[in-house]
Design a binder for this molecule. Structure first.
Ligand code: HEC
Length: 146
């Protein structure tokens, strides 16, 4: 009975986090790739390569918010090796620091959402705040930076 409850709870957590594979390494790769894909058009707008579009800005930051909501659950104990992960062992040895990096990111994304940018200039400021926190976490908790 207990195992059954635990099992269905785990299944729920997994489907809540992301559909598909139950492997947290795979899931966090997918999540981070979605995050990068959401970032791309915004960087293009700031560079003047993509036309400014407030609705794209809004949906991209919503995707990034989703990352903030679920990322913490995708680094369970034991997922520090295997599956060609780039996660640094510091995630597990310095969990508080990792959680703080996630909070910093979450706050930057919240500020970006609240700003409701209507111009490239406005977007530039809030986007800089967000990408700084991507890098902040990658610097301490990811093996390779792109
Ligand atoms: C709280 C920490 C944290 C934050 C914030 C964060 N990342 Fe990551 N990211 C990681 C870790 C850890 C990995 C390595 C995961 C692995 O290989 O298991 C990673 C991996 C990636 C990857 C590689 C995915 C792959 O398939 O190998 C990309 C791309 C990426 N992040 C983009 C971003 C972008 C863009 C942002 C900000 C908008 C961001 N990340 C914010 C921790 C973070």
């Amino acid at each position: 009975m207990k195992a059954w409850i635990l099992g269905s709870f785990a299944a729920l957590m997994v489907s809540a986090a992301l559909a598909g594979s139950e492997d947290p390494i795979h899931q966090r790769h997918e999540l981070m790739e979605d995050t990068r894909d959401a970032l791309k058009p915004l960087v293009g707008m700031v560079k003047g390569e993509v036309a400014f579009d407030a609705s794209v800005v809004e949906s991209s930051f919503a995707t990034m918010k989703h990352t903030a909501d679920v990322a913490g659950s995708l680094f369970p104990p034991g997922s520090d090796t295997g599956g060609d992960t780039e996660a640094k062992s510091t995630i597990w040895t310095d969990r508080a620091g990792f959680e703080q990096a996630l909070v910093d990111y979450d706050m930057a994304v919240d500020a970006a959402i609240a700003a409701k940018s209507q111009s490239v200039e406005e977007l530039k400021t809030v986007l800089g705040g967000v990408t700084k926190t991507c890098k902040g976490c990658h610097d301490g908790y990811r093996i390779k930076d792109e």
